[in-house]
Design a protein around this ligand. Sequence first.
Ligand code: URP
Ligand code: ZN
Ligand code: ZN
Length: 460
Amino acid sequence: MSLLIKNGRIVTASDDYVADIFIEADKITTIGKNLDMKADQVIDAKNKLVIPGGIDPHVHLEMPFMGTFSSDNYETGTRAALFGGTTMVIDFVIQSQGNSLHAALAEWQGRSDGNALSDYSFHMAVTDFNEDTKAEIKDIIEVEGISSFKTFMAYKGSLMIDDRQMVGLMDEVKKHGGMVSVHATNGDIIDYLVATNKSEGNLSPLYHYLSQPEITESEATGRFADMAYHTGVPAYVVHLTCEGALNKIREVAKRNQKVFVETCIQYLTLDASLYERGFEAAKWVMSPPLREKRNQAGLWAGINQNLIQTIATDHCPFMWEQKKKGENDFTKIPNGQPGIEHRMELLYSEGVCKEKISLNKFVEISSTNSAKIFGVFPQKGCIAVGSDADLVIFDPNEKHVISAKTHHMNVDYSAWEGCEVTGKCKTTILRGKIAVHENKVFVEKGYGKFVKRNKLSSVI
Ligand code: URP
Ligand code: ZN
Ligand code: ZN
């Protein structure tokens, strides 16, 4: 099969020009002006942008969490991702305490194998680092192709590890060429604030927010960065939300330490005023919580200062019925919100259209940097001869309104209900195949492939 995309404005992390792209099977084979080649399919992309398929480095599909499962499975979640221009997602395998990393991997493979429509990969979340876990790290990287290890400094009693385990894991991961990432909030302070609020009868979702003040994040971010500096392991902070935590990253850069940082689209576009809506606020109960609006300018600045490299979603949706489990107690509200479908369009609309970031920066933080940091560049994350033909044809002017009535995620509310965005993913191409075109899906479950990542790229 061959596909010719004519007259598109090709935008990458570094370039911006009008040309044609010729695709044979799953790869880009020619890029040039006025290509006169016979193709099985031709798409006219005049007046449209052609950008690399998005990579969402942080999602949770059918994740067992807080006594339930996130409501998008591999099929529904990756289908929604394709509608929104994301062609690859990275999910988290989560070790359960007392069990092995390999057992957790087998569990996640059981849910994902043969079910995805987009490409996907895994991070490995280590929740119990001991001599047995330590012995598994090499094989997880070299055989399973999972080179990034996630840790939790919060969720005390279920996912959290202590600093001794953290440095032990860092030493081992460094030895084998991997990276350690972190949910950086101080679990002990949060545990204390949650207990205090509960004992005082403060049980509404607002107290989820008030139990996780910014200081819990800035303290843990700095501590994590120091431990990474001490061990020398490549390090990455997931879902950073606030100025105080970002300043810790700014600070360690002064000693020439590079800690990669991800923020999420919700922290750039939504804020803590939503927690004043009574129990409706459960829609936005996530960890860390949304922050005061003043933080958003700092996050956009951090993107432009290259302190923040990637934009994710932390997609972890729950149906309203699931959220209602915490109607009388915020600690029972499953943490997480949906977003996998809207990351690219919201980032373009709020970032590029409102002149907070350039078009090249949009591509860099929605695709290219994740490909580089997580070791799949230049196979993915760029538009180049020899790369996977993962492309989005994007109408920069089309306006539309986000709604649960029209989204494709398996969740019955939208975190951005009624929000008008400018810019629409018209066609999503994954490995040379049209996956979504004009709101219709053309690939089946099982088309999405697991992407092994047994090396990290340092070209960032
Ligand atoms: O609230 C969230 N973020 N849920 C998913 C798990 C995590 O902490 O990333
Ligand atoms: Zn987290
Ligand atoms: Zn997460």
